[in-house]
Every structure is written in C-alpha cells, then in structure tokens.
Design a protein around this ligand. Structure first.
Ligand code: NAD
Ligand code: UGA
Length: 469
C-alpha cells in the first residue's frame, strides 16, 4: 500500500487529501498539522472549514484510509509521498517585505522531512511557491539527508474555495513538474498514477519543475487580471451609462475570450490572488524586469481602486456623510459558499466606513462575530509602501454590531451593502426590508446580486457596480 502524508491541514491540504483518499482506496493518506485545534476539528463533526460536499467525502473515508494527526514526524517518516501544503504568506518584514513569499513554514517542513526520513521519498510542492523553490528545497533535503534519495515535484493546486470538491473531482487539469532525469521522470509517473485513479490521462499535464511552479503564479495572475479588467470597465460603464453585465456578456461571447470570470465586483479577495501577484512582481524585480513587474502591479492597483471607489460612492451618495448612520453589511466572506475572510474586500469597505463614523450591522451566514472582529482590528500591510495600515481602533469597534440575518442587519438602516453574493440574498423580501429602513433607503450592490430596476420600483435608491445610476 502506497502511503501519502500531507503536511498542512488547511483549505488545500484537507480537501485535496480527502478526495485522494476517496478516489484511491488502496492508498493510506495521513494529513498532519502543527495546529492541535485544526486537527481536532478535522476529527470531529465540525470540520475547520466550510466547503460544500466536504463533510460527505471526509465521512466516507476518515478512519479507513484517511487520518488527521498532530504526529507530524511519525507520518512523514512512514510516507512514500509527502505533500507539503503549508501556508506561504507575503513576507511582512525584512528583504522583500510586502511582496516576496514568506517560506518560513515551507523551510521548516523541509528540514523536518530531512531529519525524520529513513527511506526514499517523493516530496511534492502543493503550496504555491516562487519559481525555483524546488531548487532551494532540494538543497535543504540533500544536504541534511544522510544519503536518502528525495525527488522533488511541483504539483500546484488550482481548486477554488466554495467549489473545492467539485474542482478536485473534475479538474480542468492536474499539473506535475519534475526533474527531467530518469529518477525525476519515475517520480512524476508515480504521482501521475495516483491522479489517474479518477482524472482522465489527457488532463494530467507534465512539465519541468520551473514551468509548473511558474504556471501556478501565471494562472492566478491571469484570473485576477480578468477581474481587474472588468472592474476597470465597470468604472467607465458608470461614467457613460453602459451596463457592465451587458458589456461582459458581449465580450465573453467571443470564443477567444470566453464568458467565465467576467463578473464586475467590489474587488477580488481571497488568500491568494494578491499574494501570488506580489510574489510574481518580486520575482520580476529580482530578475531585472521592472516593466513586467509594473504591468502586474496594476492588477492589484485597480483592485484597491475598486474598493476605495465603492466606499467613496457610499459616502458621497449619502449626502457626504455616514456619521452615526446605520449601514447593513450583507456578506463578509470573500465569496459565497465559504467562511473564509482572508483579504476579503469587506474588510477594506468596513474599515473605510468606520473611519467615516458609520454604525455597521454585519451579517454573514458563515463568518463568526469573532472572526469579523479580528479582521477589522488586524494590522494590515500596505503592499506598495511597506508600512502598516492602521487597523480599526477598539473604539471604532463600538460602531460595529452583528445581526442574525439580513432583515435584522437592515432594520432602521439608512443603507445596505452587498459585499458577498450569497444565494440567500437573491430571494430576500425587499419590500419588507424597505419598509423597515430609514428613508431615503439606499442599496449599494458590490456583487450585482439584486435587480436594480425591481428595487427602484419599491423606492430604493440603488447603486450597482458598473450599472447605470
Ligand atoms: P492554510 O493556512 O489554510 O493551511 C496551512 C496549514 O499548514 C495550517 O493549518 C498550518 O498550521 C499548517 N502548517 C504550517 N507550517 C507547518 C509545519 N511546519 N508543519 C505542519 N503544519 C504546518 O493555507 P491554505 O489556504 O491551505 O494554503 C496552503 C497553500 O496552498 C498556500 O501556498 C496557498 O497559496 C496554496 N493554495 C491555496 C488555495 C486556497 O484556495 N486556499 C488554492 C490553491 C493553492
Ligand atoms: C482562486 C483561483 O480561482 C483558483 O484557481 C486558485 O487555485 C486559488 O485562487 C488559489 O490559488 O488560492 P479562490 O480565491 O478560492 O480561487 O476563488 P475565486 O473564485 O477565484 O474568487 C476569487 C475572488 O475573485 C473572489 O473575491 C471573487 O468574488 C472574485 N471574483 C471572481 C470576481 O470579483 N469576479 C469574477 O468574475 C470572479
């Protein structure tokens, strides 16, 4: 029986390994982590992450061929294939602060693998890492390994949160990069055989290590670039009376462009787009390519502009002041069907409104009150100027309350803002909401979830990203 161990039981490690266990009953999979609460949650009925379909997959294999454990060293020592899926955040201090990837967790995992290994292993980069990381990892492993053979593979993950299980069951592609030596090719083949249990062979792409590492950064940069492109258009639509949904539809009908990922929004969030583009920018700068670096930087600049533009629109529409006015915040997660708030645009929008002294009532079906408080008071890093951005002060938190549903959040409010496109928001009773709000009642739709015409008929003043006012 092949044994797999995955270091890092997070949004990627947990779901990815659960699906491998489900699809490969002959493989034993252990997911290990240094965090005890995380592992306890994986072993409980309340998994540490919310992901549609995940509970079901975990229930089917946990205790059979899928195990979650804090005994990191034991499981690594026993494994034939070790996936490393630890977090790789942006460095917050020192060389490259604000842009470069912080590989501290990766390096410590690699050193531990070298320490505890007694047999040959395939070590798989699952985390998103800078190009050439495999070379650094190889050095750490081979210089510490008492002659044990390690093959390093790059197998970046392309799942999106909220659709992780679907993406893993039916991936557009699986990418495996390895050394072009006989041992490297054999390792690639071994990993290919794991995925071949359920992924059609033509969707398993093999490449050299550096192409695989760079393809992951490139894919995220291209995806984020599409959103910034449509968001840039949304500003022009508002200025000219065009409707961004109609523009996206017309543009996306061109088969060379395609219809997906062209939804204008208050901005992209999530733990990876900004981090990975900054990582790309840093690599370009280090390689003497400032023009290329600047090109990608602008994708993030437009995203920051879009969030700031949304806040400005709210304040200016409400007669240039939101001081003391209740604003209902509907949705806090960075997208629907996840409880993840990392880099969610809601943080920037709420902070912006708090500076203007608004009273916020926040509702999200999956995000806890504690998490929102942490996010609003967390120290954030300004990627462009490596300085810390001021978090919301503890006094500002007195301006924040939490609601059980959208109706409570909007009761007596002057305005409501849609910041996540949860399905339940599409079927709200807007007449009831309108009746219970202060007048004039404003709606600011950062996700194009409402029908502006219908809401205007009720009496709302509606601002939707990229739509005629
Ligand atoms: P995460 O923070 O949810 O999980 C990482 C886990 O690694 C944490 O539980 C942490 O405790 C653990 N960890 C850190 N150092 C460790 C060590 N030395 N030993 C054992 N455990 C350790 O992160 P994530 O969202 O799963 O992302 C992981 C990687 O995958 C990142 O590089 C990210 O860019 C990439 N990625 C993420 C997504 C996504 O949707 N979140 C998608 C594709 C790729
Ligand atoms: C993204 C990529 O889609 C995954 O392929 C990748 O593996 C992952 O990053 C990663 O490397 O972490 P994720 O961030 O989970 O996945 O979710 P997306 O669906 O890509 O959404 C990201 C953000 O963009 C969200 O805030 C979403 O609301 C926003 N978005 C997305 C738009 O504003 N408009 C769109 O048309 C699509």
């Amino acid at each position: 029986m092949v044994k797999i161990c995955c270091i890092g039981a997070g949004y990627v490690g947990g779901p990815t390994m659960a699906v491998i266990a489900l699809k490969c009953p002959s493989i034993e999979v252990a997911v290990v982590d240094i965090s005890q609460p995380r592992i306890s949650a994986w072993n409980s009925d309340h998994l540490p992450i919310y992901e549609p379909g995940l509970d079901d997959v975990v229930k089917q294999c946990r205790g059979k061929n899928l195990f979650f454990s804090n005994d990191v060293e034991k499981h690594v020592a026993e494994a034939d294939i070790v996936f490393v899926s630890v977090n790789t955040p942006t460095k917050s201090q020192g060389l490259g602060a604000g842009k470069a990837a912080d590989l501290t967790y990766w390096e410590s995992a690699a050193r531990m693998i070298a320490d505890v290994s007694k047999s040959a292993k395939i070590v798989v980069e699952k985390s998103t890492v800078p190009v050439k990381t495999a070379e650094a990892i190889e050095k750490i492993l081979t210089h510490n390994s008492k002659g044990i053979n390690f093959q390093i593979l790059s197998n970046p993950e392309f799942l999106a949160e909220g659709t992780a299980i679907q993406d893993l069951f039916n991936p557009d592609r699986v990418l495996i990069g390895g050394r072009e030596t006989p041992e490297g090719l054999k390792a690639v083949q071994t990993l290919k055989e794991v995925y071949a249990h359920w992924v059609p062979e033509e969707r398993i792409i093999c490449s050299n290590l550096w192409s695989a590492e760079l393809s992951k950064l490139a894919a995220n940069a291209f995806l984020a670039q599409r959103i910034s492109s449509v968001n840039a258009m949304s500003a022009l639509c508002e200025a000219t009376g065009a409707d961004v949904s109609q523009v996206s539809h017309a543009v996306g009908k061109d088969t060379r462009i395609g219809p997906k990922f062209l939804n204008a929004s208050v901005g992209f969030g999530g733990s990876c787009f900004q981090k990975d583009i900054l990582n790309l920018v840093y690599i370009c700068e280090c390689n003497g390519l400032p023009e290329v670096a600047n090109y990608w930087k602008h994708v993030i600049k437009i995203n920051d502009y879009q969030k700031a533009r949304f806040v400005n629109r709210i304040v200016s529409s409400m007669f240039n002041t939101v001081s003391g006015k209740k604003i209902g915040i509907l949705g806090f997660a960075f997208k629907k069907d996840t409880g993840d708030t990392r880099e969610t645009p809601a943080i920037d929008v709420c902070r912006g409104l708090l500076v203007d002294k608004a009273q916020l009532s926040i509702y999200d079906p999956q995000v806890s009150q504690d998490q929102i408080q942490k996010d609003l008071t967390m120290v954030k890093f300004d990627w462009e100027h490596p300085v810390l951005l001021k978090p919301a002060s503890p006094t500002a938190l007195k301006q924040v309350s939490f609601a059980w549903d959208a109706y409570e959040a909007s009761k007596d409010a002057h305005g409501i803002c849609f910041l996540t496109e949860w399905d339940e928001f599409k079927t709200l009773d807007f007449q009831k909401i309108y009746d219970n709000m202060q007048k004039p009642a404003f709606v600011f739709d950062g996700r194009n979830v409402v029908n502006p015409d219908k809401l205007r008929q009720i009496g709302f003043i509606v601002y939707s990203i990229g739509k005629p006012l």
